[in-house]
Design a protein around this ligand. Structure first.
Ligand code: GUN
Length: 281
């Protein structure tokens, strides 16, 4: 029987710590603001953006919303970002992805000042992570580190297998685990012998994007299993990339879906916003 890693509880702890910190900064006259940009009205993005604004309200961060129409041009979006870069009252800028197809996401990511890049997507922040310098770290992988640390799960010297090599999750996750002195293997869609490699993992982090892909035969007895996936199955129930019911009896620790990794992303975004303000003042 695995210990269940409670992401809901840990994200709440982090939000409460941040709320107290924001209150004490407010007493010194320091106010924190996050600009939240959404282009178009993709329903999933609207849910994420709504949750981010709710978390801001809970913690005491002012969120300033920019809901732009689908037809917004790249130039208009870049102009808005430039204005927000110059605005001393704005500490963080979040531009919800994906953007409409006519807008170049890389250009937009690079336009956000690295000092306000609370998503940790700017090449300068990614580079800082690579060479171990301070900067903003992508929120989902940073949240997974918190889940491990706050459950007192040892990382140093362990073999960590990360499945997935996206810029948002897989790559920064591998770099963070390396920074914590794990031995890291990164697997992806072209990996041969995926099952055998996964079975070597002390810590298995799954961001494969396929519902219930990782069964018990991919997992070593006593491994720690972190599931980044989120899907809806045929009966409209949420599930992850891991076949939870099969894997749970074999794992020492496991994240559920929902209530595992998901809530941590927003908690770490809030953490980055507060950090952005502290660094500026
Ligand atoms: N779209 C899906 N996840 C994210 C995220 O973490 N940040 C932004 N900006 N867009 C996203």
């Amino acid at each position: 029987m695995a210990n269940i890693i409670d992401g809901k509880k840990i994200s709440q702890e982090i939000k409460d710590e941040l709320k107290a910190e924001v209150a004490s900064l407010a007493e010194q006259g320091k106010k924190c603001a996050l600009a939240v940009i959404q282009v178009g009205n993709d329903p999933a993005s609207s849910v994420y953006v709504g949750n981010k604004k709710k978390a801001c309200a809970y913690i005491g961060i002012q969120s300033v919303s920019y809901e732009l129409p689908e037809e917004t041009s790249e130039e208009e979006l870049l102009d808005l970002i430039e204005r927000l870069n110059q605005d001393a009252k704005v500490h963080g800028i979040l531009c919800q992805l994906p953007l409409p197809k006519h807008i170049d996401e890389d250009r937009v990511i690079q336009a956000i000042s690295p000092k306000k890049d609370v998503d940790g997507f700017h090449p300068q922040n990614v580079g800082a992570l690579v060479i171990g310098q301070p900067g903003f770290v992508s929120c989902t992988p940073a949240g997974i580190i918190q889940l491990l640390k706050r459950n007192k799960i040892a990382i140093a010297g362990k073999h960590c297998v990360v499945i997935g090599r996206s810029n948002i999750v897989g790559k920064p996750m591998a770099l963070l685990m390396l920074r914590e002195n794990a031995t890291v293997t990164v697997c992806h869609s072209r990996t041969q012998n995926l099952k055998e490699i996964c079975r070597e993992a002390d810590i298995l982090i799954v961001a494969i994007g396929k519902p219930r892909y990782i069964g018990a035969d991919y997992v070593k007895e006593g491994a720690v299993v972190i599931d980044v996936g989120i899907h809806r199955n045929e009966s409209n129930k949420l599930c992850g990339d891991v076949a939870y019911d099969e894997v749970e009896p074999k794992a020492s620790y496991i994240t559920p879906v929902p209530g595992g990794v998901g809530p941590m992303t927003i908690a770490m975004l809030m953490h980055n916003c507060v950090e952005a303000m502290k660094r500026e003042s």
